[in-house]
Write a protein that binds this ligand. Sequence first.
Ligand code: FPP
Length: 258
Amino acid sequence: MAESDFLEMATTAPEIGAAPRHVALIMDGNGRWAAARGLPRFEGHRRGVEALRRAVRAAIDLKISYLTVYSFSAENWARPREEVQSLLGLLHRFIRNDLAELHGNNVRVRVIGARADLAPEIADLLREAEQVTQANTGLTLVVAFNYGARQEIAAAARALAEMVAEGRLDPEKIDADAIAARLDTADIPDPDLIIRTSGEQRLSNFLLWQAAYAEFVFLPILWPDFDHAALVAAIAEYKHRDRRFGRVQPARSATTAS
Ligand code: FPP
């Protein structure tokens, strides 16, 4: 479907559901955006940060409570050294330059992903962003950095295994809630809507546990082109979905289906 058709379909069809509380973004397509213009990949990532700023402002405007962004995966370390350095530099500059504006906009920053093996200056920066904004009550911006869902689930399993080994936990007590409580996202509601740009349709080790009942919207645009209208279109598409969480049709759908 052409992008314009998608946007029209998503914005003109009737809305039947509530707005998502938690939107998660897989910001894909920076490299292709740059390649299409004969620019270095770095330029795609740089423009990707501008799109991230637009996404945060749009999320505030649309009164979304949680916005999670996949900024650097545990697997991204395998990219060429210069590209890894440029992504780290962009994260550094994003927090240095934008923290004051985020704080001024009442945004609470949370970071998920493994911290132990990060360079101290990056780990300190992430901690500072969380500490400075921890009392804010507006949008929670969850930055997934050095994040991998399989690694996150394995760490939760390890923590529970240690408790069992120390005799502090009965294995019979290990259920879905016990695992969820040991994920990085323990105090964050599951995403309602996961958006991936660039036309790719996969999760790439992002929020595998938390996405159990998420709705997916795959946008046919590259991440540096993401803007307020794209978020509105994805949310409009989400609102047409009938979320049943494994149950039968809820009353809302039953009354609108006939
Ligand atoms: C995927 O595009 C994007 C990433 C791996 C990183 C996402 C990063 C940003 C949006 C900017 C950095 C922001 C922060 C806060 C660090 P790709 O490079 O895989 O694109 P391609 O599939 O077209 O090559």
